[in-house]
Design a protein around this ligand. Structure first.
Ligand SMILES: *Cc1c(COP(=O)(O)O)cnc(C)c1O
Length: 391
């Protein structure tokens, strides 16, 4: 019996492992184009800042409607370069959510500045705007100079910029958007890349738009910032190669990764639509058994993750049972950042971040990718429903 004749109704098949993220199907879909793109780079040999870099930057600009896109070595470097360009250092405070990936506060601390952790909203999981004035008060109390906010679009959902941007303006703070999970999304009439001073994104393989290694980009409409970041990404170079005008980093994206991203970008809008279809199906089928992601009006998330909340301390038990059935899940994130040993000494808003703490206990992300078949979705849905309806 060959593999294709294995019937879907066989019990064994119903326990076949499902992929949490399926990069193989994506690769198979565009493999010939990828091979040709890679071959072109091998032929011209311009591995550093080759023509694919500016081609990709042009296309990304058109994609998100921004004036400047500077590709770079990772999402983390995209974040750090914006902070470097703003001269962030000791004595400065930058506000960020307590519920995010480590890289968000890391870049602040790395530059000797102080991250101030604020709490997040219990339904969007993004910065709670009500927590921002409390964070500002903490900065003043500690005699730190509040400089900016890093807002994170967690799981692909743009944060509440209608509230964050006016608060930042009133208090003379810049807004840096950590869009590592949300590039390709939009909120109202604006696409991710158009909010705040600058947007940092990541092309890490597992992100919605990923390359085959590390990569990232800074997106901004600010001409001066773009010039400074372009210099920082090449060791602080000025007009001539050995005219070094500032301290920079080696922050370039590889030409090979740009060539791969150019091919992936062609199918990205279709992939976003497919992710959205999976998310909507999950939402419809699961909303009566668990708190499902809410979709604020006018928001188009890119569903980097599809995340449920599992209450009553049952999260880990449910995750284990799903795993036994060949359904992988993930916990993003099991601990808020202010509870991590490396960040425990940094300030958190008065009253702590109780929502972040609760989310860390309850969140569970289900398989989410553009190639998740309806059969697999139905198996996941049926299992989650069954497990949640048995106490
Ligand atoms: C992945 C991620 C980053 C870091 O991106 P890298 O490309 O891995 O450096 C930063 N912030 C968030 C929220 C992320 O999910």
């Amino acid at each position: 019996m060959d593999a294709s004749s294995v019937s879907k109704v066989e019990p064994a098949a119903s326990r076949e492992p499902i992929a949490f993220i399926d990069l193989k199907s994506q690769q198979a879909r565009i493999r010939p184009q990828l091979d040709r793109a890679i071959a072109r780079v091998l032929a011209h040999g311009m591995y550093i800042m080759g023509p694919e870099i500016s081609e990709l930057e042009q296309q990304l600009k058109a994609f998100c409607g921004a004036k400047h896109v500077l590709t770079c070595s990772s999402g983390t470097d995209a974040l750090v370069m914006v902070l470097m360009a703003k001269g962030i250092g000791p004595g400065d405070a930058v506000i960020c959510p307590a519920f995010t990936f480590t890289a968000t506060p890391e870049v602040i601390a790395l530059l000797g500045a102080t991250p101030i952790f604020c709490d997040v909203n219990g339904t969007t999981y993004n910065i709670d705007p009500a927590s921002l004035p409390v964070a500002l008060a903490v900065a003043h109390e500690k005699c730190l100079k509040p400089r900016g906010i890093i807002a994170v679009d967690l799981f692909g959902l743009p944060a509440d910029y209608d509230a964050i941007l006016p608060f930042a303006k009133e208090n003379d703070l810049f807004v840096l958007v950590d869009a590592a999970q949300s590039f390709g999304g939009s909120r109202g009439k604006s696409k991710v890349g158009q909010f705040g001073l600058a947007t940092a994104t990541s092309f890490f393989p597992a992100k919605p738009l990923g390359c085959y290694g590390d990569g990232g980009a800074v997106v901004t409409d600010n001409d001066d910032l773009a010039v400074v970041i372009s210099s920082i990404r090449q060791h602080g170079k000025g007009d001539a190669k050995y005219n070094i005008v500032r301290v920079g980093i080696n922050g370039r994206l590889d030409t090979l990764q740009a060539a791969i991203l150019l091919e992936k970008l062609k199918i990205f809008p279709d992939e976003i639509a497919r992710r959205d279809a999976v998310a909507r199906r999950y939402n419809t089928a699961l909303s009566d058994v668990a708190p499902v992601p809410s979709l604020p009006a006018g928001c188009s998330p890119v569903w980097a993750q599809y995340t449920l909340r599992i209450k009553n301390g049952r999260r880990d038990e449910i995750a284990n049972s799903l795993c036994e059935r060949g359904i992988p899940t993930a916990v993003y994130y099991p601990r808020p950042l202010h509870r991590q040993p490396a960040y425990a000494s940094y300030p958190v808003v008065a009253g702590g971040a109780p929502v972040a703490e609760r989310l860390a206990r309850e969140v569970l992300s289900l398989p989410m990718h553009p190639y998740l078949s309806e059969t697999a979705q139905d198996r996941i849905i049926a299992s989650v429903r069954e497990l949640l309806s048995t106490a």
